[in-house]
Design a protein. Structure first.
Length: 320
C-alpha cells in the first residue's frame, strides 16, 4: 500500500509516498480501506521537525483522522463491522495511508448521508473545539474570541460557540474577506491577527473566553483582551511556543482574576471523545464542513505547501 513518510524534517519536500506491506488487523482491531484523510497544522508541525523532541523521528508515517470502509476484522471483533463506513483517529502515526488498522473501540459509524471527506472535516476539529469550549467553562450568553479562526478547529469553534448561544463571537484573521466567510459561520466581530480593530476591522472589545489555536510570541497580549474572570485556553501552537515569561502578563492584571489553561484532546476519556464525535455526525446538518481542497495522497507535498503558505481556510483532505 501507499503511505506518507516524513523522510526528512524540514520543508514539505521532506515528505515521501512510500510502499509498505498491507497491514493486517490484530486482535481487537479492524482494517479500514481509507477514503479520506484529514490534514492540518499539526501534521505540518511534525513534518517541520518542531516536535522532534516529543517522540517523532524521521521516517515515521504520519497519522491523524481517517474515514473509510471496514474490510477485515481481527480476532474478537464482531463481523458485523465488515462493510461499514467508519471514522477513527489513528493518533499521530499511521493514518496517512491507503489502509489502516485501528482498534474497534475507537470507531465512530459514519451516517449514510455524510461523505468521508466531510466526516474528516467535522470529526477531530469539531471534537477538539467542543471540549476546548467546555475546558474554558463557556456558558450561553458569554462572549468568545477565537484566535486563528480560519483553520479546521477555528471554524468549528465559531460554529459551536454560535450553537451554544454565545453573546458575541469575535475572530482574528488575515483579511476582511476571510472575516466575511467567518461571519457566515456565526462570527459577529472580525479583528486583525493581532486582535486589534480599526480600518476595515471591527472595534476591539474584551471577552469572557479566548480560544487560542496560535499561541506564539503574541499570546500574552491576548490576556489584555479578557474580561474580569476571563479564561484563555491554548489549544495549539501553530505560531510557535509563547515566551517563557508569558505568565507575567497574567500577574500584571492580578485584580482581574483571569485564568490560563492548555487543552489537549488526549486528556479526554475515549468514550467522551467518541460520543462527542458521534453527536457531531448525528447533527451534521447544523454545521458547515469547510473543505479548502481535496487532493490525492500523491500530492501530499502540495497540501503541506498550502498549509505553510497560510492561505488555507478550513480543512485540506487527502484521498488515496
Amino acid at each position: 500500500m501507499k503511505a506518507v513518510a516524513v523522510q526528512t524534517f524540514g520543508p514539505p519536500e521532506g515528505l515521501t509516498v512510500v510502499d509498505l506491506p498491507d497491514p493486517a488487523p490484530a486482535a481487537g482491531q479492524v482494517l479500514i480501506d481509507t477514503e479520506a484523510i484529514g490534514v492540518g497544522g499539526e501534521h505540518a508541525l511534525i513534518r517541520s521537525g518542531a516536535l522532534a523532541g516529543y517522540g517523532f523521528e524521521e521516517g515515521h508515517i504520519l497519522g491523524g483522522e481517517i474515514a473509510g470502509t471496514v474490510t477485515a476484522v481481527g480476532d474478537g471483533v464482531d463481523a458485523a463491522w465488515l462493510g461499514r463506513r467508519v471514522w477513527t483517529y489513528t493518533g499521530l502515526f499511521g493514518g496517512h495511508a491507503e489502509q489502516a488498522a485501528a482498534p474497534v473501540t475507537g470507531l465512530v459509524p459514519v451516517p449514510a448521508d455524510l461523505s468521508a471527506v466531510d466526516a474528516v472535516t467535522l470529526g477531530s476539529s469539531g471534537m477538539v473545539a467542543h471540549f476546548a469550549l467546555r475546558h474554558a467553562h463557556f456558558a450561553p450568553g458569554e462572549s468568545v474570541l477565537v484566535r486563528g479562526a480560519a483553520g479546521g478547529i477555528g471554524v468549528m469553534a465559531v460554529q459551536l460557540a454560535a450553537r451554544g448561544g454565545a453573546g458575541a463571537i469575535a475572530v482574528t484573521t488575515s483579511s476582511p474577506e476571510r472575516g466575511d466567510r467567518l461571519r457566515e459561520l456565526g462570527a459577529t466581530h472580525v479583528l486583525d491577527r493581532a486582535g486589534e480593530g480599526g480600518g476595515t476591522y471591527d472595534t476591539c472589545e474584551t471577552y469572557d473566553v479566548v480560544v487560542d489555536i496560535v499561541a506564539g510570541p503574541d499570546m500574552p497580549s491576548f490576556f489584555a483582551k479578557l474580561n474580569p474572570n476571563g479564561r484563555l485556553v491554548a489549544v495549539g501552537v501553530m505560531g510557535g511556543f509563547p515566551p517563557a515569561d508569558f505568565g507575567m502578563a497574567l500577574l500584571g492584571a492580578f485584580q482581574k482574576s483571569m485564568s490560563f489553561a492548555t487543552f489537549s484532546a488526549d486528556t479526554v476519556p475515549d468514550a467522551d471523545r467518541l460520543a462527542a464525535t458521534a453527536d457531531l455526525f448525528g447533527s451534521h446538518g447544523e454545521f458547515h464542513p469547510i473543505v479548502h481542497e481535496v487532493l490525492p495522497l500523491s500530492q501530499v507535498v502540495l497540501a503541506h505547501r498550502k498549509i505553510d503558505a497560510g492561505g488555507v481556510f478550513g480543512r485540506i483532505v487527502l484521498t488515496p
